[in-house]
Design a protein around this ligand. Structure first.
Ligand SMILES: [Co+2]
Length: 348
């Protein structure tokens, strides 16, 4: 799950959710030891949720094929996460072809994967607010090499990780890997750091070379997510929104809106939720009106569907890593792969 473009921030490279960049975050950093900002218990929770999510990813992967509906993939993914004792950290995104991210099928979606589609599945789980975030791409036709390139870009990104590096180094690795294959990274989509109940905890990880002045520290938890395309390398907001999150309490005209806002705040703690998750509450029309009202008053943050500007195909890969003294530990590594590693963990 990415933080990219949004109407309010055209560059999309800056953190589009600054309200999350809380004092608490800095206090947290300052109070804990310089060796690690994670307690042993937090570390174990990140490992547990990462392992569980990697299992879900590998169980879902064979389902992503011609003839299967996007809705089935999203629902099955979320169901598996729940069956394993966690909760979705955000709605499962199933984004096809030039759609790069933020498409989570609504309740009545009948889209079926067809020959030639490039399908990105981005899934997240949390335990007690501690998040794992991972994604993969399946190409059902030609352009399979785009998937290999983005996986290589992710490996290259992982291999750069160590304390003290500027996060722009990660972007450089992604950009060079894409360029070597004559593809482009998507400039205005970024990875992000994670914290308890925060999908964007302050650090923004570019997919292109940049001098950011932001450095990694031991204990940082980071979702690395390169995107590559055969288009021009930019995504744009589409009108459609299927994913939201609670931003702030605001007075609303309708009682229905007040109740919905109260419930999503309580149920998702500021993490993203799907329109689909609320579909049983009211009619589709009414739900759309309610969500629109809450969005318009600034109570909900909309995650616009993001599509490549030139309608190029887009491939994505993502892992969650924890920065260690020597490198990093990938929490969402494929279960059969060996556990912790210091930058030798390039398995996908
Ligand atoms: Co993410």
């Amino acid at each position: 799950m990415i933080y990219g473009s949004s109407g309010k921030n055209k560059s999309g490279l800056k953190n589009s959710c600054d309200e999350n960049f809380s004092d608490r975050f800095y206090l947290h950093r300052a109070l804990l030891s310089v060796i690690t900002m994670l307690s042993e218990e937090e570390l174990q929770t990140y490992r547990k949720v990462g392992k569980l999510l990697a299992e879900v990813r590998e169980e879902i992967r064979p389902l992503v094929k011609i003839g299967v509906s996007l809705l089935e993939i999203a629902e099955k993914t979320e169901e598996l996460i729940i069956n394993k004792g966690a909760k979705p950290a955000f709605p499962c995104n199933v984004s096809v072809n030039e759609v790069a991210a933020h498409y989570s099928p609504p309740a009545n979606d009948s889209t079926i994967i067809k020959e030639g589609d490039m399908v990105k599945v981005d899934l997240g789980a949390h335990l007690d607010g501690y998040i794992a975030d991972t994604a993969f791409t399946v190409a059902t036709g030609e352009k399979v090499e785009m998937v290999q390139v983005v996986e290589r870009a992710l490996e290259a990104a992982i291999s750069t990780i160590k304390p003290g590096i500027d996060v722009g180094e990660i972007g450089k690795a992604v950009e060079e890997t894409a360029a070597a294959a004559e593809l482009k990274p998507i400039r205005n989509l970024t990875g992000h750091s994670l914290a308890q109940w925060e999908l964007h905890a302050g650090l923004t990880i570019p997919n292109v070379k940049e001098e950011t002045g932001q450095k990694l520290e031991v204990g940082d938890v980071v979702a690395l997510e390169p995107f590559v395309t055969d288009g021009v390398g930019y995504v744009e907001d589409q009108k459609k929104v299927y994913i939201f999150r609670h931003l702030r309490d605001m007075p609303t005209r309708l009682r229905m809106s007040r109740e919905l806002l109260r419930d999503v705040k309580r149920d998702y703690h500021g993490l993203p939720f799907a329109e689909r998750w609320l579909a049983k509450r009211m009619s589709k029309l009414r739900l759309e009106l309610t969500l629109r009202e809450l969005m318009n008053v600034g109570a909900l943050w909309p995650y616009h569907v993001l599509a490549e500007r030139a309608k190029g195909k887009v491939a994505q890969a993502e892992h969650t890593v924890i920065v260690t003294e020597q490198g990093c530990e990938v929490t969402t590594l494929t279960p059969s792969a060996t556990g912790t590693a210091n930058n030798s963990s390039s398995q996908n």
